[in-house]
Design a binder for this molecule. Sequence first.
Ligand code: 2HG
Ligand code: ZN
Length: 532
Amino acid sequence: MASFKRLPLNSTIRWLCSRYTTSVTVITRVERGSLACSGHIAQCRFVHSSGTGASQASPNATPQRLPFSRISPEDLTFFRQLLPGRAITDPDMLESCNVDWLKSVRGNSEVLLRPKTTDEVSQILRYCNERNLAVNPQGGNTGLVGGSVPVFDEIVLSTALMNQVLTFDSVSGILTCQAGCVLETLSQYLEERDFIMPLDLGAKGSCHIGGNVSTNAGGLRLLRYGSLRGTVLGLEAVLADGKVLNCLSTLRKDNTGYDLKQLFIGSEGTLGIITAVSILCPRKPKAVNVAFLGCSSFEALLETFRCCRGRLGEILSAFEFLDAACMNLLVKHLKLSNPITESPFYIVIETAGSDAAHDEEKLHNFLEEVMTSSLVTDGTVATEEAKIKALWSLRERITEALTHDGYTYKYDISLPVEKIYQLVTDMREHLGDRAKNVVGYGHVGDGNLHLNITSPSKDPSLLAAIEPYVYEWTSSCQGSISAEHGLGLKKRNYIYYSKSSEAVGLMGDIKAMLDPKGILNPYKTLPDDLHS
Ligand SMILES: O=C(O)CC[C@@H](O)C(=O)O
Ligand SMILES: [Zn+2]
């Protein structure tokens, strides 16, 4: 986050609340049956069961290894010739790409390929498709649903060396870059040119833009800049047979036929491997403020959100929340300190605008209203970079704090905004003392709850109590069981809670057309019943 000087550093503003004076310191599915296929003439067809509602398969079971070929010495020779020094078989080097960030899913790949160019990706996929070798595309490996690591012995194709910015147009703000650029590196590149990336997320130091686009990552700024489905103007993808699909448009408007890039956004590398993207970037705001506020109830928090949108309008860039249980974990495991009085709920509000005085006045009027009406009970505001970062840490580092609390069951749910915390409350009551902690946080502005449940260790009986309860609850509110993390391996069999069997069936048809042998990121996204 850049340094945006605004309100006077460390100055204190006092709002007279109706009850007391509060100090605010001014300071972010494959009928692969017939894939009993021999060698490289394998054919499979994606079919689907009809009208069954939720999947009948055992949803959390490890899938069966599909009959892909095993890597042979000849295969290794091919890869080594194509990618000298970049076809890795050293087990130590393979270790980190076989396990996910949460250390909850582990594959057994024996080959890591590190292409630098689209042509190399194309040659790899053409070869793998002919040989019926499965491929696991991998970016920064920061995914939370087991989508970015192999399940069995899939070849890992890493985008790490595809990290070049290709073009940047400072008039239109359109950046074109390779898929392996790290999000934070792109942010720095753009900030030097007075622009920013339209997305920001806690994993920015490691995640790759290609992975972000493949998963349609949401993050902290979606409220303001919208989803990647809007800001990604074009992309280049390599199809399973090695064909390069160049949709790397830099046009804001283009209604010539189907918008094919959308197929690759959010499909988790199951339809093609994204090798480059063009993305529309906003100007770097001249003034940024971050407010960290306390609320005594979720109802008050929602009312604060309503007021915030009205008062701050176009300068509002984030409205995030965490509950008291999250704060306890941040303090306990990360030794972060709570900058305000203990509250049942906390809000992080960010404003980003072009006129400091105008933004200050709007923020002041908003804070005055929510504090005098006791919607907000305490708060602190930052304008200086270090303090903005410190306040944002309290939201961005919750995932990290949870990893120190034990095994974490993670749910990423979209709901009508007024219902998002009811799920946390109901889950706590439903689980009683079976869970160590049940916490809720997330993107209020996007109606996106992160419900996380910890346990001293992996606990199948706890999991049986959580699922399918959480999915039934969500489905009963017409919510989404994956708002922004994707389905990956972990959630693939729950897709029917959010999508009709017709919709899932069509997904299977698209998969069969683009990747008839199913070599791209198998076992992910689509449910197992499409494979039976
Ligand atoms: O760890 C999680 O459940 C959420 C991670 C991320 O989407 C966030 O918003 O912090
Ligand atoms: Zn999130």
